[in-house]
Design a protein. Structure first.
Lengths: 94, 252
């Protein structure tokens, strides 16, 4: 049976107004079953009000080897970084 | 109507159904086909054991003689349990457990929906809480029956076998005895006879979807409500009650 099961990524919205956050993955036969298992595996302690499941194979991910071309060019454009601003008193993170 | 003894007996039998089915489901812990299903089955087992506690606590309060939920679960003997036989049958293979669960949930959901309107407020409150769980159980069970029935040749054969083997145990769910009748007349208990068409409709729809055959009503086994049980029941109680029997009053 294990051979036929697909991997799904699970996203849960913990409260209304917040984003769905990735919480983990699980195996299921189809999306409907994945949703039910997500309920049983990841929301047992009242963690969520909404669940998304996405077949892992449908996710296109950037690769470690892309880092250089993706992100390095930004390093010499510091004017794009918000780090040049002075933080007002009382704002710890921006 | 004030007949606490009758209501206690009614609550106890509903508790017995839940405890025994919950126990059978709990036997799958660490033995389910894969991890996700293991957790899901455990959740459902816990739902039933929680439900048993609510019914037993109420029965114990009504008895008012020192009876507790624990004495009801752990110190009664075989003949004192009044669960439906379908709840106690050995868990069998996965198809058998799935089908048993489905046949029972297809009954349990309309049962709880009716019990919600009981004139007994406490029973109505328990039913309202349990109904939400049962709706999920039935959804899960129906999915599995469809998946197994309309699956491989082997899964289909096993599922049909389970349906055939369980069919004769379903009639007991819809038979009123004297206690039921008295409490139905008082607006407390559910008229289970009236639930049968609803159950048949659900079961036929799902079995047909699953490409399975609905059996004819050619045989029936009953006796649970009067304390007559199947061979396996003593072994179930032996495991369930071992600690309290070996170390009476043990707490942890």
């Amino acid at each position: 049976m294990k051979d036929h099961l697909q991997l799904y990524e699970v996203f849960i919205r913990s409260r209304r107004g917040l984003d769905h956050k990735h919480v983990g993955s699980l195996h299921a036969d189809d999306a409907e079953q994945a949703l039910e298992y997500a309920r049983d595996v990841y929301t047992r302690r009242g963690e969520g009000v909404s669940i998304w499941v996405v077949a892992s194979r449908d996710i296109t991910a950037s690769q470690e080897s892309d880092c250089e071309s993706f992100y390095d060019p930004l390093d010499d454009k510091p004017y794009r970084h918000a780090s040049m601003y002075e933080l007002p008193v009382g704002v710890d993170t921006l | 109507m004030s007949d606490p003894k009758a209501v206690a007996e009614y609550a106890t039998r509903l508790g017995d159904d839940s405890l025994i089915l919950g126990h059978r489901l709990s036997e799958w812990v660490s033995r389910a086909p894969f991890l996700e299903e293991d957790l899901a089955l455990t959740n459902v087992a816990l739902d039933f054991i929680g439900r048993a506690r609510m019914f037993y606590q109420y029965a114990a309060e009504l008895a008012g003689d020192g009876t507790t939920e624990d004495t009801l679960a752990y110190t009664r003997d075989i003949r004192e349990f009044t669960n439906l036989l379908i709840c106690e049958l050995p868990r069998g293979d996965f198809a058998f457990s799935v089908v048993r669960h489905f046949l029972y949930d297809a009954f349990q959901l309309p049962f709880l929906q009716a019990l919600k309107h009981s004139s007994d407020e406490r029973l109505a409150a328990i039913a309202a809480k349990a109904e939400k769980e049962s709706r999920y159980h039935l959804r899960r069970g129906s999915e599995w029956v469809r998946r197994l029935g309309d699956g491989t040749e082997e899964s289909r054969a096993r599922t049909q076998q389970a349906v055939n083997d369980l069919w004769g145990y379903t009639h007991e769910m819809f038979e009123l005895d004297a206690l039921d009748q008295r409490l139905v007349d008082a607006g407390i208990a559910v008229d289970i006879v009236a639930l049968r068409p609803v159950w048949e409709d659900t079961v036929k729809t799902v079995l047909t979807d699953a490409t399975l055959t609905v059996p004819e009503n050619t045989w029936g086994v009953r006796g649970g409500r009067t304390g007559y049980h199947t061979d396996s029941f003593g072994f179930l109680l032996a495991e369930l009650q071992f600690m309290q029997r070996a170390y009476p009053g043990l707490t942890w």
